[in-house]
Write a protein that binds this ligand. Structure first.
Ligand code: NAD
Length: 482
């Protein structure tokens, strides 16, 4: 198989917040990998811009350590040296004039220009205004913004207003890194590139859909932020919603940004309100050696959820009667993210009701490994009569695609898409607002009744009520980590 690296144009990428955690863990290592693969054209530059008191040499050391941490021993010293040679740094204050003239002097005509706002959203307005004031924005300049995109509908609207006051929507790239995952795009390839699934992709044949994003980590050092956010805002409103959209959307007429995003928007707008009894909230408990959620967020009376499970319906012809179950949480048994499309059982078994089998499932796994599995029913081997069993037809990418399974990290792909000017995998303003419009009443409902999340054991499957949510409907979750 030939690896196909699609070249991008020469670019200048300016990372505001270039000395932050996200730059260190994701952006710089991601750029290095694209560079090492030969995808970064000669003459391109990456400019760190941050308030940190660093000079060029200190930033290069920071970037080198970031790449070494991510890549380990497999690093080629010459490639690393060449990569560091395209880095530059400018100390800048988003809230003052320091550094802006220096940045303006570094700008050149010609290459694609992209500004990555890897800073808190409170700085967006100042950054945007100064970019305009120093005439740094050209018609095809791209602006990349990170999550969280708002805290609720009102704040998301305010952020959109700030951005739209300075940039055209076609210039704005709102990152949801789940959309950059190989398997998520493969979901579109599987659905719309095969004849096999689409005729069955509706409530006549699909019993239900499960979407799980389970993490083993707790809130770590992000306690302050997380206590104000919670799993609903931090995960469901964006990542799980995006996975739901790609699973449920109608086939777009073409794979182009607005065609895809129009269809996703229709799904969000078709989501029916969720009744309180269809949601379970949880908070993780302590273990012998680790603290509980309330300790981690340093708030003994915190009512924020570290776990959510809910049942929702997409109210349209395709999905009427097929529930979507979403579940996400921290400190769960395993790091395990997947979409499972569970087909209905065969209407009648010619082999007898106790023959077994008949449970087709399409499982799209995102984490820890990426892959797609289709469970089909076959005869159990041996002389035991006509007994059936469900076996997986497995397309785990690592095995099937060999060396090419080393798929780019989501950030690598998304940053290259920014340079290409392709917005397909980025959220549009109306999409983000529609997602908040669905999420807000749920959160407001909890606040109104001072809802207290159910405690659950760390490293478990989550609160037992989440299991019951499914069992009440005669269904069950796939076990996390199974
Ligand atoms: P961080 O606190 O580690 O870094 C913030 C960066 O912003 C630093 O480089 C700092 O120098 C710079 N900065 C702060 N004030 C500034 C100012 N006035 N002028 C210029 N630069 C200034 O934050 P982070 O974890 O890198 O996160 C950045 C953004 O990305 C946040 O919005 C965060 O929510 C989002 N995000 C982070 C992660 C992650 O894993 N870290 C994941 C998803 C989204």
């Amino acid at each position: 198989m030939v690896s196909r690296i699609i070249p991008v144009e020469q670019f200048d990428l300016i990372i505001f917040g270039g000395t932050g955690d996200l730059a260190r863990r994701k952006i710089l290592p991601g750029l290095f990998k694209r560079f090492a693969d030969g995808q970064v054209p000669e003459g391109s530059r990456i400019i760190g811009a941050a308030r940190s008191e660093m000079d060029q040499a200190a930033f290069l050391t920071f970037a080198e350590e970031a790449v070494r941490d991510a890549e380990g021993d497999k690093i080629d010293a010459t490639v690393l040296k060449d990569f560091l040679a395209i880095l530059d740094y400018v100390a800048i204050d988003a809230l003052g004039e320091e550094g802006w003239s220096a940045l303006a002097e570094k700008m050149r005509e010609g290459p694609v220009r992209a500004f990555y706002f890897s800073v808190g959203p409170s700085l967006f307005d100042d950054l945007a205004r100064r970019l305009q004031q120093y005439d740094l924005v050209k018609p095809d300049t791209r602006i990349v913004v990170e999550k969280p995109f708002g805290h609720d509908l009102e704040t998301a609207r305010a952020l959109n207003k700030v951005l739209s006051a300075h940039f055209d929507e076609s210039q704005i790239y709102r990152i949801d890194h789940y959309l950059g995952k190989e398997t998520v795009q493969n979901l579109m390839a599987v659905r719309f590139g095969n004849m096999l699934f689409e005729p069955l992709w509706n409530s006549q044949y699909i019993d239900h859909v499960q979407i799980t994003v389970a993490e083993t980590v707790g809130v770590g050092g992000r306690g302050g932020y997380y206590d104000k956010s919670g799993a609903m805002r931090d995960m469901v409103q964006n990542h799980l919603m995006q996975l739901l959209c790609l699973t449920a959307m109608e086939p777009p007429a073409k794979f182009d940004p607005d065609a895809v995003r129009d269809e996703k928007l229709k799904v969000i707008r078709a989501l029916e309100p969720v009744e309180p009894h269809q949601i379970v909230r949880g908070q993780y408990d302590k273990t012998d050696s680790e603290s509980n959620f309330r300790d981690d967020v340093e708030n003994p009376s915190s009512k924020t959820e570290s776990f959510v499970a809910l049942k929702c319906h997409v109210g349209n012809w395709r999905w009427a009667g097929t529930p979507f179950y979403l579940r996400t949480g921290k400190r769960l048994e395993a790091r395990d993210s997947e979409i499972i499309v569970v087909f209905k059982s065969t209407p009648h078994s010619i082999f007898g009701s106790d023959a077994g089998g008949g449970h087709n499932e399409l499982r799209i796994q995102l984490q820890p490994d990426e892959g797609i599995t289709l469970k089909v029913t076959i005869k159990e081997p041996g002389p035991g009569g006509m007994r059936l069993m469900d076996v997986p037809l497995d397309m785990s990418f690592a095995e099937t695609l060999g060396e090419h399974a080393d798929t780019p990290d989501a950030y690598e792909r998304l940053i290259m898409d920014v340079i290409r000017g392709n917005q397909t995998l980025f959220m549009r303003d109306d999409e983000v607002e529609a997602a908040w419009a669905w999420t807000d009443p749920i959160i407001q409902g909890w606040e109104a009744v001072h809802d207290v999340p159910k405690p659950y054991d760390s490293y478990s499957q989550g609160p037992t009520d989440a299991t019951l949510l499914m069992q009440r409907d005669g269904r069950e979750w796939r076990e996390i980590g199974a």
